[in-house]
Design a protein around this ligand. Structure first.
Ligand SMILES: [Mg+2]
Length: 359
């Protein structure tokens, strides 16, 4: 089945995330919630949607997609997803093995999986595994506030909405204690540090300070994210679970991280390594006994793809849901309820995009 069209569109939305007037925040780099959409059409007129990473870089990824990747896909077989993505990765490897080009390939990969599901008349999760969950638990992923009162207020709001897992993007212990005080102790916290600490020693000190707070994991504890030995040292001495993987560009890198004993939880990012890449990471993780919880600060096809991957996975794990309200979400019908997200049962990704908002 030949590919006849590969197009890109950007979905832009403003957003709020419950920051107070005094908040310095930590999210000023986010000008909006921008989503790069990839639309692939085949000769039979079917089309699929994908998403390439992301946020403020969408124009750059779009350029890589339109300039390099899209022309190379025309006339190729849409059903040979692995082969096509491998060809693109090899052909354009010298433009970067972890960046705009691979983000674009990931968007193509997701769109091809959506197409494959539509062609088979099956929801995507049925193509990816057998678990067939009708709903997946979600965790509220709070953006960075940097102000204890804001953290407490939004943690309380997430608990009231029914979330039973909450992630913070705070590094300040007062902010983390404020969240811990606001959420019942049985609700685990996850702490995303975004590589803030320069040394393993600093990260270990942080981990020990939060170890008694029912923390499921500390995420990306040290800079740089490829220093697996340092992450493993933090894991060995810190007394809490460690998660990482969102910044790695290919399954082999995530495999090397797991082989180094660096993580309890691996976090492949579907708009950076595609559905095919996440499947490969799941297989590696099973070998190393590591849990798989995809990185998913997404609102478009990347969110749906992660949802289907979790619906199909052998072990139930929560879906990351960014705790932000978009003025124009790509999928207005996709709303977490009481801490769960229903898995669409239509073919492919299973949900229609709000195409009105596309530019
Ligand atoms: Mg993270």
């Amino acid at each position: 089945m030949k590919i006849t069209k590969v197009e890109s569109r950007i979905h832009r939305s403003s957003f709020t995330y419950g920051a107070g007037a005094s908040g310095v925040g930590g999210n000023l780099h986010l000008r909006g919630m921008d989503t790069l959409l990839v639309r692939i059409e085949t000769e039979d007129g079917l089309h699929g949607w994908g998403e390439g990473f992301g946020f403020n870089l969408v124009d750059t990824t779009q350029d890589a997609l339109d300039r390099l990747l899209a022309p190379a896909c025309i006339g190729q077989d849409a059903t040979g997803i692995a082969g096509l993505c491998r060809m693109l990765a090899r052909r354009f490897h010298n433009f970067g093995r972890n960046g705009a080009v691979t983000f674009g390939i990931s968007g193509i990969d997701i769109a091809l999986w959506d197409l494959a599901g539509k062609r088979a008349g099956k929801p995507l999760h049925a193509m990816l595994g057998k678990a067939a969950r009708r709903r997946v638990p979600a965790y509220a992923s709070l953006l960075r506030y940097g102000v204890p009162d804001d953290v407490a207020r939004n943690t309380t709001a997430a608990v009231q909405l029914g979330y039973r897992h909450i992630k913070l993007h705070e590094v300040n212990l007062d902010c983390i204690r404020a969240a811990r005080a606001a959420a019942p102790m049985e609700i685990p916290l996850m702490l995303d540090i975004n590589c803030a600490w320069d040394t393993a020693e600093q990260a270990v000190e942080f981990c020990r300070a939060v170890a008694g707070m029912n923390v499921r994991w500390v995420e990306e504890p040290v800079w740089p994210p490829e220093d697996f030995a340092a992450i493993a040292a933090v894991r060995a001495a810190g007394g809490v679970g460690i998660a990482a993987g969102e910044c790695l560009g290919e399954p082999a890198s995530l495999g090397a991280m797991m082989a180094a004993g660096a993580v309890d939880v691996v976090q492949p990012s579907v708009t950076k390594i595609g559905i095919s890449g996440v499947l490969a990471v799941q297989a590696l993780a099973a070998r190393y006994g590591v849990a798989v919880v995809p990185h998913c600060p997404y609102f478009g096809p990347g969110l749906l793809a992660s949802l289907h991957l979790l619906a199909a996975a052998p072990v139930e794990e929560p879906l990351e849901v960014y705790f932000a309200d978009l003025a124009a979400p790509p999928y207005p019908a996709l709303i977490p309820r009481r801490g769960y997200v229903a898995v669409p049962q239509g073919p492919g990704l299973g949900m229609a995009l709000d195409e009105v908002a596309l530019v």
